[in-house]
Design a protein around this ligand. Structure first.
Ligand code: S3P
Length: 445
């Protein structure tokens, strides 16, 4: 159990390397396994979450190799062609890996049992099993619908029409992956548009996916089953959810100026950046371009003066993983930052509303939380924040990294315990943050 101590820092500056996007990395491996032939993936995120997905696919008879420092190859067996007899798939900490792979297994003539770590084993899976059962998959699990879950897929799943009660890219993607091997159109309707990396990657490889906003303002996504997917190479852009940590650190730390290159700026992922700009943050995007179906840019952030705002519910899907670090930025804002419609945060790696509320309250920051909102009473740019607290990561990488960023601006250091969880999404966080001037140190056990 490693602990990191984060101490007051000034002048964060320079260029920081942020690894490949986690969502796109999972999808590159999973969708790559369904093409006929070999694809190469560059800048794949080599984190515990993504490696768990790669290992699970290998157990399902997909050949995956790392071929150089920056390149992986996947030998796709074609749609619906997973193999193996009741493989045990340990998905570690990863909700995305577990839920997406359950969809792929549901659309294959194969059986597998999914397990995960302590955090993943408490997360809700009914959101996935309900639609997958409709496609014809046989699902075996406990009454709470938590892992371990056994799924027996069907060779020709039914093309379903599913109204998702929540805007979740994991739910949408799981259904689309099952629908790949259906003989017909799979349709999902979601209340707000969630991240669309699955749709983009499928389209890039040649599938027909149509997204339309309906009259009641919900969104309909239709996939035509059994597409001919081309074995094209995939360049994974850097992860905006990981970039969020050095960017916010640079905004709240005096005299800072940090650049993150090659970041995915998909419209459905940049809610945090829009919010920070509305709050007055000095953030700019340059070198915007399209790479393999995704939009990418370099992002620069400088120390800024922030004001609190109301972050509307409609923005939640585009920044769902960024609320913990927004709560840290909100401490330095003038006035209240009110985050609405965020109940989904209660079902992440930990209950993130509670984790932030508890952690901030423990150092005297005024907060208010309801079932689906969090308010942080900002203290303003020049305020002094005491710090001097110890935080448990609760097996949640984003909680750990958020409080380590907070320690950079507190009077006394902040200690975060059980920080190995950071390896699930940003294994180079410690080195890269120190490279730009952050004072992070491992504590000896
Ligand atoms: C993800 C979707 C999000 C996000 C998660 C990654 C994905 O979950 O929290 O970290 O890659 O599809 P939901 O869309 O289920 O909220």
């Amino acid at each position: 159990m490693n602990s990191i101590i984060s101490s007051k820092s000034l002048n964060l500056s320079g260029e920081i390397k942020v690894p490949g996007d986690k969502s796109i990395s999972h999808r590159a491996l999973i969708i790559g396994s369904t093409v006929n032939g070999k694809i190469r993936i560059r800048n794949l995120l080599e984190s515990e979450d993504v490696l768990a997905t790669a290992n699970a696919l290998k157990k399902l008879d997909v050949k995956i190799n790392k071929i150089s420092n920056d390149e992986w190859e996947v030998f796709g067996n074609g749609i619906g062609c997973l193999e193996g007899s009741n493989s045990l798939l340990d998905m570690g900490n990863s909700g995305t890996g577990a839920r997406l792979l359950m969809g792929l297994v549901a659309g294959s003539d194969v059986e597998a049992t999914f397990t995960g770590d302590q955090s993943l084993s408490t997360r809700p899976m009914e959101r996935i099993t309900t639609p997958l059962i409709k496609t014809g998959a046989k699902v075996n699990c406990n009454n709470n619908s938590t892992l371990p879950i056994n799924i027996k897929g069907s060779k020709v799943p039914l093309p379903i029409l599913y109204h998702s009660p929540i805007a979740s890219a994991q739910v949408k993607s799981s259904i689309l992956l099952a629908g790949l091997s259906s003989l017909g159109k799979t349709t999902i309707i979601e209340p707000f548009l969630s991240r669309d990396h699955t749709e983009r990657l499928l389209k890039y490889l040649g599938a027909e996916v149509i997204t339309t906003q309906l009259e009641n303002s919900s969104w309909e996504i239709i996939l035509n089953g059994m597409p001919q997917l081309k074995p094209l190479n995939i360049n994974v852009p850097s992860d905006p959810s990981s970039a969020a940590f050095p960017i916010v650190a640079s905004i709240i730390t005096p005299n800072s100026n940090v650049l993150v290159k090659n970041v995915c700026i998909n419209e459905l992922r940049i809610g945090l950046y829009k919010t920070l700009i509305e709050m007055g943050a000095n953030i700019s995007f340059s070198n915007q371009r399209e790479v393999d179906g995704e939009f990418v840019a370099d992002i620069n952030a400088k120390s800024s003066e922030l004001s609190g705002i109301i972050v509307p519910k409609s923005r939640a899907p585009s920044m769902i993983d960024e609320y913990p670090i927004l709560a840290i930025a909100a401490i330095k804002a003038k006035g209240d930052t009110i985050m609405e419609g965020i109940e989904e945060l209660r079902y992440k790696e930990t209950d993130r509303i509670k984790a932030m509320d508890d952690g901030l309250s423990s150092m005297g920051i005024k907060t208010k939380s309801t079932k689906d909102s969090l308010t942080v009473h900002g203290k303003g740019k020049t305020s002094l924040i005491s710090g001097g607290i110890e935080i448990d990561s609760r097996l949640d990488h984003r909680i750990a990294m958020s409080f380590l960023c907070l320690g950079l601006i507190t009077e006394k250091p902040v200690i975060v315990n059980d920080t190995d969880t950071i390896n699930s999404s940003f294994p180079i966080f410690f080195d890269q943050m120190n490279k730009i001037g952050a004072k992070l140190k491992y504590l000896k056990n």
